[in-house]
Design a protein around this ligand. Structure first.
Ligand SMILES: [Zn+2]
Length: 327
């Protein structure tokens, strides 16, 4: 049929006695189309993550937010578990929330009933303490330079040795100690200021230790106070153990005037207290008031100001720099 023919047909119809029926038929047809369209929309919506999470018992706004944050895979396993979890939504607002760890946060919360604070759960999972240490161990990423992470799960190779080690002046150590140049310089500046403020003379008890030396240290040390070979920061040349001439014993240094000063000010020189007392229990390490780790001033300030451990800093800012909690 030509266009002309079609126009002719419509004209005949609208001119005819049936014209009165055109409007209601059109309205009815549109209504049927609208109902069909809405039905299809409804069926499609019922398959969305938002709707599936909503059906677990979450208010619609929470379901929408959870659906937006979780990947399809995470949403699937979340829905498959088929139960409402009271911490699921509040977790999203945690300061150091990392979306890819969502399932592990929920799982860890169920396993460890002693930890109830969400920030503690997030911290433990972010640093991998919920995982089997041996099975989840990975080589230390030495490309991170002064921000490399060495701990029970991030191991240095037995052949790893820092490029250029510099000796501390012997007035600051009982026997020869070496570390990276930036560390030696930062220690000197810190020690001078400490002397001014407290009149105490800081001393480096231990700095760089090779993998082989760490084997000896590990065997000799009281249980828990020495890392296993490959898992010690001392092998990086970035860690130093500090006490003072006035308080050479580690635990008397802890409560000494200079020990307190060092904890409060070491970040100003690029150091962090690597194993602070406040986080020891949750993070599963022993408090070491003498062990400083050099990370540079910018990172040291952030770790200090945000009151987190370096492991948490590394997990959030270095490994997952795009993780953003909903705040
Ligand atoms: Zn140490």
């Amino acid at each position: 049929m030509t266009l002309q023919g079609a126009k002719q047909l419509i004209k005949q119809w609208t001119d005819s006695d049936h014209r009165w029926i055109t409007v209601p038929v059109t309205i009815a047809a549109l209504f049927v189309l609208f109902v069909l369209f809405k039905s299809c929309q409804g069926i499609a919506y019922s398959f969305t993550n938002e709707c599936r999470i909503y059906r677990l018992g979450y208010p619609i706004d929470q379901a929408r937010t959870l659906a937006a944050v979780l990947s399809d895979e995470q949403a699937d396993s979340f829905v498959v578990r088929g139960e409402y979890d009271s911490i699921a939504y509040p977790l999203l607002s945690e300061r150091y929330f990392i979306a890819k760890n969502f399932d592990r946060y929920l799982a860890y919360h169920k396993i460890d009933t002693t930890l109830t604070a969400l920030n503690d759960i997030v911290a433990v999972v972010n640093v991998g303490h919920d995982l089997d240490r041996e099975a989840s161990a990975v080589p230390c990423d030495i490309s991170k330079g002064q921000l490399m992470l060495v701990n029970g799960r991030h191991y240095l190779d037995e052949n790893y040795k820092p490029d250029s080690l510099v000796a501390f002046q012997r007035t600051y150590c009982y026997e020869e100690q070496r570390a990276l140049g930036a560390v030696v310089q930062a220690f000197l500046t810190m020690q001078q200021e400490c002397k001014k403020q407290t009149d105490a003379h800081l001393m480096v008890n231990s700095a760089y230790r090779s993998y082989k030396q760490q084997i000896g240290t590990y065997k000799r040390n009281e249980k828990g106070y020495a890392a296993r070979p490959g898992g010690s920061e001392h092998q990086t040349g970035l860690a130093i153990d500090v006490t003072s001439l006035q308080h050479p014993m580690r635990w008397s240094f802890d409560t000494s005037k200079e020990g307190v000063w060092m904890r409060e000010h070491c970040h100003e020189y690029g150091f962090i207290l690597r194993y602070p007392k406040k986080h020891a229990q949750v993070m599963g390490y022993n408090y070491e008031p003498w062990h400083l780790r050099y990370v540079g001033k910018e990172t040291a300030k952030r770790v200090h100001d945000e009151d987190i451990t370096f492991d948490e800093y590394y997990a959030y800012y270095i490994e997952n720099p795009h993780a953003k909690a909903l705040r």
